[in-house]
Design a protein around this ligand. Structure first.
Ligand code: BJW
Length: 225
């Protein structure tokens, strides 16, 4: 019986809510390649540009809502009897809002491994605080976001869950960014059944036991029932 579930989500699960993905078509986000703005070096070079990039994305959250895929995972979390770790690479709060609407069973946990748009971090003390408004380029607060070259959040907790997992689902991610792209291999080593749900086969599709292809708002509810 499947008891220990790990679900990894990426930008594709929020696409139908109106949040653009990173690597679609020309791979530009508000005129920037993510690799050019999501680095500590970019922040040191041009804090105004980086703060503006995240300020605009933070404001955009007020205009979007969880879609049927977020809600289907929340319904799954409400009835799941084992442990369920939902690891999202997304910095939006759409999973949080779906689980606030449909409260999860006690074994559920949500980790934002790449940080959260609605939090800020003091560059001097490391203190993290809730942040719903724009950040200024000249202040001591930076977005609470994991940039390239920085360590993703709660990796020990994620790796422990992967070691004990028996079902691993990867939803709406291109598999272009590590360490998340390597989770499927860790889950396979643990003997888990591995399933990719995506619009199209990702670069790592052959690493999964099964693939389910189509828009997340249809494919996720169909798969989780
Ligand atoms: C749909 C759909 C619909 C569309 N329905 N599907 C090994 C090899 C080489 C390099 C490295 C390596 N290990 C580490 C590195 C360096 C680097 C890295 O991976 N570089 C690569 C470019 C190669 N990684 C790092 O620097 C990471 N840190 C690190 O490794 O620290 C060391 C360490 C590791 C482990 C333990 C301890 C220490 C940090 C990476 C931080 C990534 N940050 C970003 C930006 C910040 C957040 C933000 O601004 O929002 O995170 S990059 C960006 O990519 C963002 C995303 O979370 C991430 C992943 O993108 P995602 O979600 O997959 O989106 P897309 O657009 O790529 O794909 C969307 C998918 O959805 C597509 O497949 C579509 O088809 C699909 N889709 N519509 C279903 N409707």
């Amino acid at each position: 019986m499947t008891r220990n579930l790990v679900v990894l989500t990426g930008a594709g699960i929020s696409a139908e809510s109106g949040v653009p993905t990173f690597r679609a078509n020309d791979g530009l986000w508000m005129g920037h390649r993510v690799e050019d703005v999501a680095t500590p070096e970019a922040f040191a070079r041009d804090a105004a540009l980086v703060q503006d990039f995240y300020n605009r994305r933070r404001r955009q959250l007020a205009e979007v809502e969880p879609n049927a895929a977020h809600l289907a995972l929340a319904e799954l979390a409400a009835r799941w009897e084992g442990s369920f770790l939902l690891v999202t690479q997304n910095v939006d709060d759409l999973h949080d809002r779906a689980h606030a609407q449909i409260p999860p069973a006690p074994g559920f946990e949500l980790i934002h491994m790449h940080g959260e748009l609605l939090k800020a971090r003091c560059v001097r003390t490391g203190r993290v605080e809730t942040c719903a408004s724009d950040l200024a380029p000249e202040g001591t607060l930076r977005p609470h976001i994991v940039w390239f070259g920085e360590t993703p959040l709660q990796m020990e907790r994620i790796e422990a869950a992967l070691e004990g997992c028996d079902l691993f689902l990867s939803i709406g991610t291109s598999g272009a960014v590590y360490p998340a792209a390597g989770f499927v291999r860790q889950a396979r080593r643990a003997g888990a059944r591995t399933v990719e749900i995506n619009l199209e086969p990702s670069a790592g599709a052959s690493l999964f036991d099964e693939g389910v292809y189509g828009p997340a708002s249809r494919a996720v509810p169909d798969f989780v029932g």
